[in-house]
Design a protein around this ligand. Sequence first.
Ligand code: AMP
Ligand code: MG
Ligand code: MG
Length: 355
Amino acid sequence: MTSLLAAIAHHLSPECYAMSVSPTVLMRLVASAHTVAEKAGAIVRKVLHSGELGIVEKTGANDLQTLADRLAQQSICASLSRHFPKITIIGEEDLPAEEIKEDLIESGFSEEILQKTCPEEYSGLKEEELVVWVDPLDGTKEYTEASRCLHHQTEAQIPSKGSDTSQPYSTALWLLDNVTVLIGIAYGGRAIAGVINQPFYNYELGTGAALGRTMWGMPGLGAFGFQLREVPGDRRIVTTTRSHSNKLVTDCVDAMEPHEVVRVGGAGNKIIQLVEGKASAYVFASPGCKKWDTCAPEAILHAVGGKLTDMHGNAYCYDANVKHMNSAGVLATLRNHEYYVSRVPQSVLQALKSE
Ligand code: AMP
Ligand code: MG
Ligand code: MG
């Protein structure tokens, strides 16, 4: 019987074959993370609309946590561990262990992902070998600024998009697209799958528009939920932080000799800039980003042929026991990674040691 099934399977298309056998642990995990990220995105929208953000300063005024960060992380971690109790899940927020309300649990799986064929090298992975890095809300600073604008009309105080911060932008709503939910999956220290939900995608369509989108990717399988675009020709458009800058960061950006600098919030959002043809390199020559900021983005970027490293060009490790801080900065590109590594100034290399 088994050999008969194998013979039939041999003649099926990859899609039919995938449907004929039960999905692997990894594909089930990504399929779950996809719906769980959508649920988290809905929580992020709901808290914004309520106007009650419950802001807490963590290490300082530029390191914030809101009710949305807390609820989204509870929802993601509790939902994933119900289906996958043996997986190690590391979330950004330090939260007290408490009973999670049942309405925060998402138990669905993305059918589209369940039907994809798992890359051969990951087909035997077990739950206990996987590590999940969760940033329940990336771009919290921008989220709080957009909320202030929406609820108190203080947009004149919000700097404009891009490099020119002298002109007040008529509205700070563009900051909403800086916000993402990040779920990254690692095995053997490498980022092997990532899901990014952008909760306010399509905000510019106005009331009544369906908001949000989910992108995901797996090196060896592909990336989905967006259209891959590249910055044309040899143009160097560098994207970097808008709220966590310092001299090392600006010196390093200048050393890339960019034609244009795009200052936006969020690590997830900056990877979206790279894969949608709005930036050629994400340059952040400073500690500040953590493993949960880069795991999901790195997997998606890698799935489309890009690269994410520290400022020396060395890969980060995503094992469960690594330190959370990406101390040697973040350098991510869709193409020409070597060029950007070669431009990093000695002062930066000396200040930021590889792990
Ligand atoms: P940014 O590009 O400034 O939006 O930062 C990307 C991610 O790294 C966000 O999750 C930030 O919260 C985090 N991050 C970067 N620098 C710092 C910092 N100095 N303190 C705290 N978080 C930081
Ligand atoms: Mg973050
Ligand atoms: Mg966060």
